[in-house]
Design a protein around this ligand. Sequence first.
Ligand SMILES: *Cc1c(COP(=O)(O)O)cnc(C)c1O
Length: 383
Amino acid sequence: MNDVLKKSVPEGAAAESATVGESAAGAILTIDLGAIRENYRRLKARLGGARCAGVVKADGYGLGAGQVAAALAKEGCDIFFVALLSEGALLRKALGWRPAIYVLNGIAPGAEGEAEAAGLTAVINSVEQLAAWHAAARRAGRKLPAAIQVDSGMSRLGMAAAEVEAVAGDLQAFDGIDVTLVMSHLACADEPAYPANEQQRLEFERLRKMLPKAPASLANSSGIFLGPRFHYDLARPGAALYGINPTPAEPNPMLPVVRLEARIIQTRNLHSGTGVGYGHAFHVTEPMAAATISLGYGDGWHRRAAAAAFLDGVRLPFLGRVSMDSIILDISALPPGRLKAGDLVQLIGPSQTVDQAAGHAGTIGYEILTSLGHRFHRRYVNR
Ligand SMILES: *Cc1c(COP(=O)(O)O)cnc(C)c1O
């Protein structure tokens, strides 16, 4: 087979898309599954006796839910969270029947049968979802697993206090339902000084006592770092597994996971007075060297991100606007001839972390990762 047509084979799952070989790709996204596993071990070590799930919603924060989950499974992780039924069904196919897969957004009315068939655990966010899951269990003729999510103060998902109180004494409401978890989600976990965290924890305590006795779960990535009181029986980290800093005010305790490199299409010398890119948003005022890279907003790189690429630690600022498929770089800081067509420069990596790239785009690392498009050549490694 022609080298250009060879695919790099991800760990644990078949490649999701047929791509051309690395040498032909416009940009390469390298995902270090070994780093994800090490991050899982680091979080687990912080948790003492509590268990640690893996949150792999939004296709594993953009990095490939099947590959990420298979890597976590090797660390003994057997509880996963996705947001949607469709994500859960895909993950079930990738992982087989053993692990528990929770659907955070709950099951849309009428889709209970599909969730049951895929062996998914519903996260029950309302009295209506509870009744629908109860009915689904009756139809299936067996107990169905569920997490009960309570709203402890984020006002996003979960049963409100009044709903919890309403079903508290009603044992029949839970008939046919195997409550495997009572959970809630923190709104401000990355701000350890916020009193909202402890308020939510106390409200969680109050509400869960009214529900069927089950293991409890409150902490996301940042919640793990709020201390043991927040750990309960199961933590649900996502971001930290992927190398996003769960303690934004302090150095990142996690290993970086992602590297993004883009290929130089061509280089040119620019003369004073030249306009650069769409709208001539940049004007050359002194002679400079430029390079055009094969990556743009069509790949999920924010159009408004005033950012830079890097080579050998040297910063190569963007010139003018980000195009759909390309970005123009100022490479004047490099020795002449250092960069040529086909070379790679770094967009995310040691010189610019996911969190730093997010800062330039006025967003958070979560959005950077989940935006990274599906046009990149994806290389899964185990370092
Ligand atoms: C996304 C999500 C998580 C994971 O949060 P991170 O901040 O990425 O660790 C945990 N629990 C719920 C309910 C979520 O929606």
